[in-house]
Design a protein around this ligand. Structure first.
Ligand code: 4NP
Length: 177
């Protein structure tokens, strides 16, 4: 039997969710104060604007534990607010039970994906892990969402550009029949 390549696996994972009453998505980065809470905010805005929020549960978490309980980084909040996203998430660390609680675990970069793979309690759980950059139109240049923590304003703007494109495409794939 032919084995599925990564793109086919991704499409199979997404298609398996089409008939679900509620689709639960967890975005995961390292600190859970820049990229993943921004992804959460952008995705929530997309489903809200589509009048589809009842069908989605969206959250974010970090593989690290440095900022638990904190609001997103001030710089991320300011850049997001300029685009109309109010980020109010409180940082939490990803946990094994997230693999039961969510349908998709979206890794923001390859390092997050490796850490998630180590945490996944089963092969089925591991299949829930997908890469955010797979959905971004700019993925030809960026195969991950670059960490803005030590960058200037352009780093935060780039993160938001990539996340807006990726979340838009992810939402469209999830709603396609
Ligand atoms: P994030 O960015 O993973 O996008 O939330 C970071 C935030 C904090 C740290 C690293 C990355 N940190 O080392 O504290």
């Amino acid at each position: 039997m032919a084995t599925l390549n990564n793109d086919q696996k991704l499409i199979k994972t997404i298609k398996s969710l089409h008939d679900k009453e509620k689709i639960k998505i967890l975005f995961v980065c390292l600190g859970n104060i820049c990229r993943s809470p921004a992804a959460e905010g952008v995705m929530k805005a997309i489903v809200d604007n589509a009048g589809d929020s009842a069908r989605f549960e969206i959250d974010s978490a970090g593989t690290g534990n440095y900022h638990i309980g904190d609001l997103p980084d001030k710089r991320m909040r300011v850049h997001a607010q300029r685009r109309g996203y109010s980020l109010t998430h409180r940082c939490r660390q990803v946990r094994e039970s997230d693999f039961d609680d969510f349908d998709l675990i979206v890794a923001i970069d390859a390092s997050n994906r490796r850490n998630l793979q180590l945490l996944a309690p089963s092969v089925e759980a591991e299949h829930k892990i997908i890469m955010m950059a797979n959905f971004a139109d700019l993925a030809t240049k960026y195969d991950h969402i670059p960490d803005p923590y030590y960058e200037g304003a352009e780093g935060f703007e780039l993160v938001l550009d990539l996340l807006e494109s990726a979340c838009d495409n992810l939402y469209r794939l999830l709603r396609q029949n």
